[in-house]
Design a protein around this ligand. Structure first.
Ligand SMILES: C=CC1=C(C)c2cc3[nH]c(cc4nc(cc5[nH]c(cc1n2)c(C)c5CCC(=O)O)C(CCC(=O)O)=C4C)c(C)c3C=C
Ligand SMILES: [Fe+2]
Ligand SMILES: [Fe+2]
Length: 338
């Protein structure tokens, strides 16, 4: 019998994976950066100041000053494929699709700006997915990142009648596969340098310090990644010193310390000459790694007397990073795919 035209879509039992990252402006110009910052910094998970106090500050001060400065920073790292974060996230989803083949449909989304999580979840459902793994690529859980991505998922759920079964990727800060991937990839990149580093800085995105006392596990997750990496490097690179720092301070509140820029300056002043910096908390290179670390970090270190500086790439869509992503996706999809 022919299906009537108004019959609901017949789903087909397919499995979907949505790879999610933070989000980025659509272009490196002031208006696009302003749109991005307005959405991002209006998220109560990101700025935990009462709305009535924060919105006038955001609209009256921040959005009239920061977009110009940030647009300049973005223009320094923008690539032919657009924002590095967007291009790399897209490449990660494409590579994961190749690895999973027909077992799952893989798409990618951004928590802020585009492609939106709602649109991409709709696309997976429209393609017949009745089971979806949502994978925010944050190794370290924080309210501002992981929970915010889950908020967006919850918002989507609330407005849909027919829902797929859903799973989410947990934080993976101490997963031996993650630690192994970081150690292998950092070792590979360090071997290609023309100098032997004395110090390896592990720089994580900062958070307001009070979030630690409110129960956010972010700081502990970062410290554990560093400890596990230190154990690996103690075996493979005896003599290499590892130090954990936090970057990208925003606003006036006290942030997690020590600050990356301060440590770079103090180390150079103390006589450390050769530094390598890595950002294990970022699954993809972005403004914070390419501009803040690779460009400004180098300038700061050399201005204070350092002679050799290298910023390592994130795992991105490279071999080690994709092995990790495939392992985690297959684990979380257990029972859903072969
Ligand atoms: C990796 C984890 C991240 C945490 C934790 C995080 C917390 C956090 N960030 C801000 C403010 C800003 N972050 C910005 C950029 C940015 N942040 C992350 C990741 C985390 N943020 C990424 C991957 C990026 C890069 C985006 C890109 O387009 O490449 C920015 C925007 C850039 C700028 O104007 O400097 C702001 C602002 C807060 C307040 C916060 C925790 C409370
Ligand atoms: Fe951030
Ligand atoms: Fe920054």
């Amino acid at each position: 019998m022919e299906r009537p035209a108004d019959h609901p879509n017949v789903l087909t039992g397919k499995v979907g994976v949505l790879v999610v990252n933070l989000g980025t402006p659509d272009a490196p110009d002031v208006d696009s950066v302003k749109r991005y910052l307005k959405e991002f910094l209006s998220d109560p998970r990101v700025v935990e100041i009462p709305r009535l106090i924060w919105q006038p500050i955001l609209r009256g001060i921040i959005l009239n000053t920061r977009p110009k400065k940030s647009a300049h920073a973005y223009s320094q790292v923008w690539s032919e494929d657009g924002s590095p974060l967007a291009a790399i996230t897209k490449a990660q989803a494409g590579a994961l699709q190749e690895r999973l083949g027909d077992a799952a449909i893989v798409r990618h989304a951004m928590r802020y700006q585009s492609p939106s999580m709602a649109k991409e979840l709709d696309a997976l459902v429209a393609a017949g997915c009745e089971r979806i793994l949502v994978a925010p690529l944050y190794p370290h859980y924080s309210g501002a990142t992981t929970a915010s991505a889950l908020d967006a998922l919850a918002d989507w759920i609330k407005l849909r009648r027919r829902l797929p079964a859903l799973r989410t990727l947990p934080p993976y800060h101490d997963d031996p596969t993650y630690i192994g991937a970081l150690h292998a990839d950092m070792t590979r990149q360090m071997a290609a340098l023309d100098f032997a580093p004395e110090l390896l800085l592990l720089s994580y995105h900062g958070m307001p310090e009070r979030t630690l006392y409110l129960g956010d596990p972010y700081h502990c997750h970062c410290q554990k990644t560093s400890r596990l990496l230190s154990e690996r490097f103690a075996q493979s690179h005896p003599g290499l010193r590892l130090v954990t720092t936090f970057q990208s301070r925003f606003g006036r509140a006290k942030w997690l310390e020590p600050a990356t820029d301060a440590v770079l300056a103090v180390e150079a002043e103390k006589g450390t000459k050769r530094v390598v910096i890595a950002a294990p908390g970022f699954s993809a290179d972005c403004l914070e790694t390419l501009e803040e670390l690779a460009i400004r970090g180098k300038e700061d270190f050399e201005a204070a007397g350092g002679t050799h500086f290298a910023a390592l790439e994130c795992l991105n869509a490279g071999q080690a990073g994709m092995d990790l992503l495939e392992t985690m996706a297959r684990r979380e999809l257990a029972g859903w795919i072969e």
